[in-house]
Design a binder for this molecule. Structure first.
Ligand code: DON
Length: 306
């Protein structure tokens, strides 16, 4: 496969979609990013990386961090020896990523780890396991991406904290059901920091390599059991793009995780990990040009999980 040629063609296809949608403004610091950015990268399972456009420009990972925080919790506790799945479900929510409505009827157990409520539970668990959830995330992402310069964006973390009433409400509500182990202020602070980490398409495609290698890192060491990587990919497919997960599976046919910074990572198990970035979002919070690019990638290559 000539990845570089495929990426050029994908970028040309996606170009008319760039600037469509809206740059997220509910976290004011995210609004500063120009809508006309577009980048895409592929990291194959052997460690070769290819990219086009703004693929080396760092952006705010936001909810893409949720796939990595789940992986880190699973890697620290290994399946069967931890209760994370008693505290968070594995079903699509069909509601927006920051919705509160299901929590009351479902005993404070979020539907899945990739909506905000579920990610707060995962961050809470990581805080218990490591004593410093956001710093552990930063170190984990530096190691997996091979980029020691990865950093938090303090302005984004502060901006999100200033406008964080919804996430605070989710956390307090779950705490009222006994589904948080740590104090709410500490859980939401670590969650905001983890979302503020800046990474490029290159960094994210490389960092997500273990999901394409059935749990193995680039150096051959094992981060996750194969069945754990399978499970994360499965939950990405069914829940990784929020209430658009059905539409995304229909169009793209890959496990994926999006963020309101405009990034999306997608996994082709046994082959490669992709990351695309373009800040204009659709009404559900997914990058418009990013989804168009991944749709075209799987159409061109015939590589989807179906
Ligand atoms: O908690 C929030 O609202 C953001 N830090 C992350 C949301 C996000 O990326 C959802 N994505 N579509």
């Amino acid at each position: 496969m000539d990845y570089q040629a495929v990426l050029e063609e994908v970028a040309a296809h996606a170009r008319p979609y760039v600037r469509q949608g809206r740059v997220a403004d509910y976290i004011p610091a995210l609004e500063r990013v120009s809508a006309d950015r577009f980048g895409i990268a592929v990291a194959d399972i052997h460690g070769e990386v290819y990219g086009v456009g703004d693929w080396e420009t760092p952006f705010s990972v936001q909810s893409i961090s949720k796939a990595f925080s789940l992986a880190l919790v699973m890697s620290q506790s290994h399946d069967g020896h931890d209760d994370i799945w008693k505290r968070v479900g594995r079903e699509p929510s069909g509601t927006p990523f920051n919705s509160l409505v299901q929590l009351e009827a479902e005993d404070g157990i979020p539907r899945n780890p990739f909506i905000n409520a579920g990610a707060l539970v995962v961050t809470d668990r990581l805080q218990t396991l490591t004593g410093d959830a956001s710093t552990s995330m930063l170190h984990f992402l530096r190691e997996e991406s091979g980029n020691p310069d990865l950093a938090f964006d303090q302005a984004v973390a502060d901006s999100e904290a200033e406008h964080g009433d919804r996430n605070a409400a989710l956390a307090h509500f779950m705490a009222s059901f006994g589904n948080l182990e740590n104090p709410v202020p500490s859980v939401i602070e670590h969650y905001f920091w983890q979302c503020s980490i800046e990474m490029s398409c290159r960094d994210l495609a490389v960092a997500g390599g273990f999901l394409a290698r059935h749990g193995l890192r680039a150096d051959g060491s094992r981060l996750l059991e194969a069945r754990e990587a399978k499970r994360i990919n499965a939950v990405m497919l069914t829940c990784g793009t929020y209430d658009a997960a059905g539409e995304f599976a229909y169009r793209v046919g890959l496990p994926a995780k999006s963020g309101v910074g405009g990034g999306i990572i997608a996994v082709i198990p046994g082959r490669c990990t992709l990351c695309v970035w373009s800040p204009g979002l659709d009404a559900r919070g997914n990058s418009v040009a990013g989804a168009a690019a991944l749709d075209h990638f799987t159409t061109l290559t015939g590589w989807s999980v179906f």
